[in-house]
Design a binder for this molecule. Structure first.
Ligand SMILES: [Zn+2]
Length: 479
């Protein structure tokens, strides 16, 4: 396994990565709350952590990557009410569309997308543990609150002081709470909203506890790596730590916290309330998945990044083409003539340079996933051979393979310069069953239009579904 350094938000410093049980790595990334279509900011986070998982796997780590789906939540319920739609149907619809975007972007590293609503037993168990340990209390209406004062470490990740959480600023005053900073982990049922039975009466889980119940079940009480964009540090990740560590009595919940920088829109934070949100599907249509991936990864993952269609995206497209054109030309020659292709060999100095560069790319990326620097190395390589060597068509298959090696590295790790034959395979095994489950749920509630829409969308992406007595089988047409 390669030595990897990760900037850990908890330590506020780079640390050498040491998984608890090497080579296994438990990776959790806060997933989508599918109350609406995914936007370009989501694309950035999920492409970055796709790169992280791909790179760790290349370097010998066995990554189990879990990304949850917050399919029941205030935002989902509010939006569903506005649109007079079933909340779970609304989130299924957006989630399937999100998976479609991920597939187009080449995000294939997630092992499992657990739905919050499939983990009610785990959620109830964790809430009960918190009550038993007197870290949570039952309010008069049957809601359950976490008592922040019971967790002395609260605020360590974000640097927030509990005293600063005055009502009106970050938290709302509420007569049901013992203290204004306490937060809800079980919400007593409201008529017309989804609800589940619990020992405290019907209701639904709060957001934070969904994540910690899922990670406790799938990754254990302590795990290696947690990722998300930095706007989730407070209150969400602070709450995750407080809940999980209070419930299990084990600490730390997470050994390394990775937080990605925000995607800005013309210099402003992108947000629904400012109305400056650009849809992810729309951006993939407009720029193409590879250019968008390149745009995301051609920046330090912790830095803010400006999404500016007239400037940054146009530049990204031009820059990407400077690499993709020669990479594509080499792949084309190799696909046509094979490695046996006759021609001149590469000068020895360039052969050695190709091998050294692949090592340098790994080394560069292992320094806190510095994809920007890795891409700069690819530009250097492209300049070097295109300015000093004769035309590509003169070279042998072996020479082309050496010229190509750095681009193939980028295909494997960064997901750039994809070749036709390298698309779809692993991802379908994860993605398709989720879509099939969403379709089964739609059929179970009699929403056949939605079920057919999911089937048609899968078909358009090359996946055929077949229903029989034992369930739904699927087959992906290979290109
Ligand atoms: Zn989360």
């Amino acid at each position: 396994m390669r030595r990897v350094t990760i900037y850990d938000s908890m330590a506020r410093a780079p640390r050498v990565f040491a998984p608890r049980v090497p080579p296994r790595v438990g990776l959790f990334v806060c997933g989508l709350t599918p109350y609406d279509e995914a936007h370009v900011g989501h694309g950035r986070v999920f492409v970055v952590f796709d790169m992280v998982a791909r790179a760790l796997r290349r370097w010998g780590y066995r990554v189990f990557y879990v990304q949850n789906v917050t399919n029941v939540d205030d935002k989902v319920i509010v939006r569903a009410a506005e649109q007079e739609e079933d909340p779970l149907a609304l989130s299924d619809r957006h989630f399937v569309s999100y998976l479609h975007s991920m597939e187009r972007l080449g995000v294939r590293s997630v092992n499992y997308y657990p739905y919050a609503t499939d983990y009610l037993p785990e959620i109830l168990e964790q809430i009960q543990q918190l009550i038993d340990r007197e870290a949570a209390y039952i309010a008069t209406d049957g809601s359950v609150y976490f008592s922040v004062a019971r967790f002395p470490g609260y605020g360590r990740l974000s640097g927030q002081k509990v005293e600063a959480l005055v009502p009106g600023a970050r938290v709302e005053a509420d007569a049901r709470k013992h203290a204004p900073e306490d937060f809800v982990i079980w919400k007593a049922a409201t008529p017309g909203e989804p609800e589940w039975e619990s020992p405290w009466g019907p209701g639904r889980p709060g957001w934070h506890v969904e994540d910690t119940a899922i990670t406790n079940r799938l990754l254990g009480p302590r795990y290696d790596l947690h990722g998300a964009a930095l706007d989730l540090i407070f209150p969400h990740h602070e709450a995750e730590i407080a809940l999980a560590e209070s419930a299990t009595g084990q600490a730390p919940l997470v050994n390394y916290w990775m937080h990605g920088g925000l995607l800005m829109m013309n210099g402003e934070k992108m947000s629904k309330s400012l109305g400056n949100v650009s849809s992810l599907e729309g951006a993939i249509d407009e720029y193409g998945p590879a250019v968008l991936r390149f745009f995301y990864l051609n920046a330090g993952y912790r830095s803010p990044l400006d999404f500016d269609p007239d400037l940054s995206l146009t530049e990204a497209r031009e820059a990407y083409e400077r690499l993709a054109r020669p990479a594509g030309r080499i792949a084309e020659l190799l696909a046509r003539d094979g490695e046996e292709r006759a021609g001149r060999e590469l000068p020895e100095v360039d052969e050695a340079a190709s091998e050294a560069l692949v090592e340098e790319l790994d080394e560069t990326l292992s320094n806190d996933f510095n994809s920007r620097e890795a891409i700069a190395l690819l530009f250097g390589w492209t300049r070097r051979w295109s300015e000093n060597l004769p035309g590509l068509s003169e070279f042998s298959g072996e020479a082309l393979r050496l010229l190509e090696a750095p681009y193939r590295w980028a295909e494997e790790v960064l997901g750039l310069f994809p070749r036709a034959d390298s698309t779809r395979s692993g991802a379908w095994a994860t993605v398709v069953p989720v879509a099939i489950r969403a379709r089964a749920r739609a059929r179970a509630r009699g929403d056949y239009a939605e079920a057919d829409r999911i089937r048609d969308e899968l078909r358009a992406a090359g996946v055929a579904l077949e229903d029989d007595a034992s369930g739904t089988r699927w087959d992906a047409a290979r290109e």
